[in-house]
Design a binder for this molecule. Structure first.
Ligand SMILES: [Zn+2]
Length: 248
C-alpha cells in the first residue's frame, strides 16, 4: 500500500497482537496525516465510512451450537467487541447492531414465530439509517461433516465494493491465519437476508466451523479471536484506504 498504511508485518504482528495494534494505529494515523496534508481526507471528513459490526443472533436465538456446547451468538459478540476496539483505536467510525445478548425487536414485535424476522429487518434498518455504512456481519458455520473448517466470506451483489471487501478479508485471513484455506468468496443468495437486501457495501464472515472440534476450541480462545480480528482489521483498513484513493 500503498499510502502509509501497511499490514505487511503480519507474521510478527499477529503473534504480538496488542503491540501490533498500537503500531497499526500509529501507522494509520501517520498515513491519515499524509493524506490530510495532500488534501485528500481529514479526520472529520463526513464521507468517512462507518463500519457497522453485526454480531449474528442473540438472546433466545443462540445460532449454531458448537461441539463443546458453545453458542454461536456468544462468539459472534466477542469477535465484534474485539474488532470494534481495534477499529476505534485506529480512528475508524464504528457502530454496532447489538452489544448485548439479545435479539432486536420492539415490544410490539414480540410475537412468537416473528421475532427473528423482525430482528433481521431491524438490523437492516439500522444499516440503512447509517450514513456511509459498510456492514460486516459476523457468524459461525456448522456442517454435518466435522472435518470441514475455515473462514468463508460472502458478499452482497448489489454494490461492487462488497466483493472487493470480501476478497480483502479472505486475502488477509489466508495470509495471516489459514494458508490452506481454499474457500473462495461467494455472493450471498436469498438465504442470507441482510446481504440480499443490502444496497450498500456488505459482507458476512462465517468465521469458522463450530462442528469441527479443533476449530470450535480455537474460536472459543481469546487469543485466536484476537488474531482473527486483527486479520479482519487489516483488511478493513486496506479497504478504507483503497476506497479513499479511488474517490480522488
Ligand atoms: Zn449464524
Amino acid at each position: 500500500m500503498k499510502k502509509g498504511w501497511s499490514c505487511g508485518i503480519r507474521g510478527t504482528a499477529v503473534l504480538l497482537a496488542l503491540t501490533c495494534l498500537f503500531m497499526a494505529v500509529s501507522l494509520y494515523r501517520n498515513g491519515d496525516m499524509q493524506r490530510s496534508a495532500a488534501g485528500v481526507a481529514t479526520e472529520n471528513d463526513a464521507s468517512e465510512p462507518v463500519i457497522l459490526l453485526d454480531a449474528g443472533h442473540g438472546g433466545e436465538d443462540g445460532g449454531a451450537v458448537g461441539v463443546n456446547g458453545v453458542a454461536e451468538k456468544t462468539i459472534n459478540l466477542a469477535l465484534v467487541g474485539q474488532l470494534g476496539t481495534m477499529l476505534t483505536a485506529a480512528g475508524v467510525k464504528v457502530a454496532y447492531t447489538r452489544t448485548e445478548d439479545r435479539l432486536l425487536y420492539t415490544e410490539e414485535q414480540n410475537i412468537y414465530g416473528m421475532r427473528k424476522i423482525y430482528d433481521l429487518r431491524n438490523r437492516l434498518e439500522i444499516a440503512r439509517q447509517t450514513e456511509n455504512v459498510v456492514l460486516i456481519s459476523i457468524h459461525m458455520n456448522k456442517f454435518s461433516d466435522a472435518r470441514q473448517k475455515g473462514v468463508q466470506v460472502y458478499y452482497s451483489v448489489s454494490d461492487p465494493r462488497s466483493r472487493a471487501l470480501a476478497r480483502q478479508i479472505r486475502s488477509s485471513i489466508t495470509s495471516d491465519l489459514q494458508s490452506g484455506n481454499r474457500r473462495v468468496t461467494k455472493p450471498g443468495n436469498s438465504s442470507i437476508y441482510l446481504l440480499e437486501r443490502a444496497d450498500f457495501p456488505a459482507v458476512l464472515v462465517e468465521c469458522g466451523f463450530l462442528s469441527n472440534p479443533e476449530e470450535c476450541a480455537a474460536l472459543c480462545d481469546t487469543e485466536y479471536q484476537r488474531k482473527l480480528c486483527f486479520a479482519m482489521f487489516c483488511a478493513i483498513m486496506e479497504y478504507i484506504s483503497t476506497e479513499k484513493g479511488s474517490a480522488t
